[in-house]
Design a protein. Sequence first.
Length: 488
Amino acid sequence: MGTRIWILIWIAQWGIVHMMGQTPLSRDSLLTLAIQHNRKLQMAKEKMGAAHYAQKAAKTNFLPKLSAAGTYLYNQKEVSLLSRQQQFDLSHMGDRVLSAVEKSFGELGGDHPVLTQLIGPLAAIDIATPLNELGHALTEALQTDTRHIWAGAISLTQPLYMGGKIRAYYRLTQQAEALAHSQWETEQHAVVDKVERTYWLVVSLSARRELATEYLHLVQTLEEDISKMYTAGVATRADELTVKVKMGEAEMAMTEVCNGLNLSRMLLCQLCGLEPDTTLHLADEGRDSITPPPLTIPSQGDIDFALTHRPELKSLEAVVQMNRQNERITRAGYLPTLALTGNYLMSNPSVLNGFERKFRGTWNVGILLNIPLFQWGEGVYKTRESHTQTLSAECQLVEAREEITLQVHQCKYQLEEAHKRLTLTESNRREAEENLRYALLSFHEGVTSATQVMEAQTAWLSAHVACIDAQISIWLAETEMRKAMGEL
């Protein structure tokens, strides 16, 4: 059964890859794949999860904490409340009393013979044995038997006032979660930017490959014409060799473009989590002209939008807030703290009803107050240190805002420049095409030399390459603009 499932999964994956090879993929579909499979984004997402759980854990500090503890101790010697002499005296208490009574009765009988008859029956009474048994019982009752000790405790602690530390730590974890989310957005923007640049690189190299093929065809046609003319004695050997050199250059350029295109496709596959040998057909490949997006100039409102939505600024704002909470936590460490405690204690042997080998317990409640009195100014210095870190983070945030404002204006000028360059390169391309057409007509009529034709072909190739670069540069400038605006 398991083998059948794996076969079905493999067939499904093969079908997806096959569809990728047949269906043109748009930028949005590639970006979706990249976001789903990028490992750095996955790591950033896990950090978001960790920050979320840290915030949940910090929230529990507002609630009472219940804990239990238990212990067992074996002592070599037990605790004795009586010395050995005291134990002996108690165990023989009856004998001592009897001896003292007999001595007293003997003295009374010697002084008063009449009393001898009365004391005689009393002397026959056995008082030593009961007293000895009583003393022995007392000795055993005072045995602690503390060689084996079992103890346990259940404690409940409710913070009442911690100097604001708990609240500050909770807000700190909230900002840490916001920081993790903004870092994930920053990483996502970096992935989107890299995928879009690689996408347009593939489109550009694909267009250059078609252009190189067409240029190679032009050079081949010229080579055939020169060879025929050389055979007919119209062209020189130098013309033929010059064209052959140009032919080799065109073939080498074709090879370089194909290699660059293959490597770019592999990089795009790697960014999207696909196998390097996956065949990709992009939606913008094979077009005669890549339609550029319309020119949009950012306004002051767009700059304000960028200052609000840039993930880098969100990260810095979260860092500022985290430093402020750290400052509060540092200050709270040198303020009084107050907590309510409740405990239930039990032990074996127990002393609540004499020393007995039973588990007995008792409960207690109390308030714990801790007031720091003197630390040689440590609290002041630590608080000032935290405050300087907060000021440093605020300065970094202000600097980042200024840099982002400048970046938006810079992207605006780059976008305008890219549109102007496209207009100029399209004009140059039309002129280069017309120049090549006249050069070929003049060459076939014997008015122009092969060198001039090759110069026209080179100018034609340069104009088309410049036009492709201008078209791609507009899309890249648009991407850079959206990145600066925080819209990726």
